[in-house]
Write a protein that binds this ligand. Structure first.
Ligand SMILES: *[C@@H]1O[C@H](CO)[C@@H](O)[C@H](O)[C@H]1NC(C)=O
Ligand SMILES: *[C@@H]1O[C@H](CO)[C@@H](O)[C@H](O)[C@H]1NC(C)=O
Ligand SMILES: *[C@@H]1O[C@H](CO)[C@@H](O)[C@H](O)[C@H]1NC(C)=O
Ligand SMILES: *[C@@H]1O[C@H](CO)[C@@H](O)[C@H](O)[C@H]1NC(C)=O
Ligand SMILES: *[C@@H]1O[C@H](CO)[C@@H](O)[C@H](O)[C@H]1NC(C)=O
Ligand SMILES: *[C@@H]1O[C@H](CO)[C@@H](O)[C@H](O)[C@H]1NC(C)=O
Length: 309
């Protein structure tokens, strides 16, 4: 058997024990100063950083937000090189679809294929596959075949695309669309004058706080005629924004953007300290282009749309 206290004895020793730290007063300026400095540091950190700077005593609430937009403007291209498109365009024709969730599309340029009907015509020679043929050799044009990148279904015949070029005949919307070469400058470059009215209502449900970006303390007369201007102390809260201003604020070139299309982001930041007065809770607007422009292929933004003009 081993010597020394048994397990039971050790337990008894530990239970009937009392510890207390001993306080030592050190009367030394250097040590005292260091001690006070450490205390000051801790107090300074809690009051200065945690409470005052980081507002650690405050609660942070989620934001609930709704946005709607309304566009205004009329454009007249006044050009001779665009035929039928030289007409007066308004928002009802340019904003497609009329309402969208959290966004809007505005047409600035277009390539129109007028007077299309469901009939037969020659396929465009620039589509993906080989569609060349002659009246006697129609081996590239099997009847009923649908070319994925094409405009319709082959009829099995050969047709004159132009006086020199013969291509497979298709059934579909004829004549086929022209080659993808958007007019330059954009048909509706005037759209830069258009305005958007942004209506944004936010609430912090945790604090029963609701506010609109159309500020109630502004005169309705002012709100009707103002234009957003980020460098003006009053106009930077104006909810009516010219497209031109928006694009400039994002450091983009409207002429180029209008030609190829693009996607712009509108950011409204509400960073509110509700300890302050209601009027201090204000929106901050910023704009960025959010599609990439440094690619060589398929830049910009576009889509096809069937419409009756
Ligand atoms: C259209 O352009 C022509 C020639 O530049 C000009 O004389 C005419 O005033 C313009 N019309 C409008 C409505 O701007
Ligand atoms: C397309 O097809 C025609 C006839 O079959 C042929 O003569 C021609 O070389 C082909 N062209 C290409 C680019 O493959
Ligand atoms: C196609 O063009 C050729 C030569 O230009 C001509 O002889 C022929 O009649 C034309 N075919 C049709 C269907 O127009
Ligand atoms: C929220 O605020 C409104 C108006 O300021 C007030 O009428 C309402 O009683 C408040 N609700 C709560 C739950 O505090
Ligand atoms: C925007 O506001 C600044 C400062 O008030 C002013 O100098 C500038 O001309 C304004 N810009 C426009 C486009 O109105
Ligand atoms: C904007 O783009 C157009 C067309 O790409 C160009 O001609 C024009 O010089 C550009 N303007 C500026 C200010 O960069």
């Amino acid at each position: 058997m081993a010597d020394g206290p048994s397990f039971c004895q050790r337990v008894v020793q530990v239970v009937f024990e009392y510890d207390t730290p001993r306080i030592v007063h050190i009367k030394n300026k250097k040590v005292g100063l260091i001690n006070r400095l450490i205390q000051l540091g801790i107090i300074g950190y809690i009051i200065g950083w945690v409470f005052v700077y980081k507002k650690g005593y405050q609660d942070f609430g989620d934001i609930v937000s709704s946005v709607s937009t309304k566009l205004k403007g009329v454009a007249y291209p006044n050009r001779t090189d665009i035929g039928d498109l030289n007409r007066v365009w308004d928002i009802a024709g340019l904003v497609v679809p009329p309402q969208q969730r959290d966004g809007f599309f505005i047409m600035t340029n277009m390539i129109i294929t007028p007077d299309q009907h469901q009939t037969t015509c020659a396929e465009a020679p620039w589509i993906g596959g080989n569609v060349s043929c002659t009246d006697t050799d129609t081996s590239n044009c099997p009847a009923g075949h649908v070319e994925l990148t094409g405009n319709g279904m082959f009829t099995g015949k050969c047709a004159n695309f132009s006086s020199e070029v013969q291509t497979c005949e298709i059934q579909g919307w004829c004549p086929v669309e022209q080659q993808d070469n958007p007019p330059s400058p954009a048909v509706l470059e005037d759209a830069k004058e258009f305005t958007i009215l942004l209506k944004n209502t936010i609430s912090f449900p945790l604090f029963n706080f609701t506010k609109r970006n159309i500020l109630d303390d502004y005169d309705p007369g002012y709100l009707k005629n103002c234009r957003f201007n980020n460098s003006d102390p009053v106009d930077k809260y104006c909810p009516i924004i010219r497209l031109d201003t928006m694009v400039k604020e994002a450091n983009q070139n409207f002429t180029a953007l209008a030609e190829q299309g693009g996607i712009m982001g509108i950011f409204i930041v509400w960073d509110c300290n509700l300890d302050l007065h209601y009027n201090h809770c204000l929106p901050h607007y910023s704009f960025r282009r959010i599609d990439r422009t440094d690619s060589h292929f398929s830049v910009g933004y576009n889509f096809r749309l069937g419409m009756s003009l």
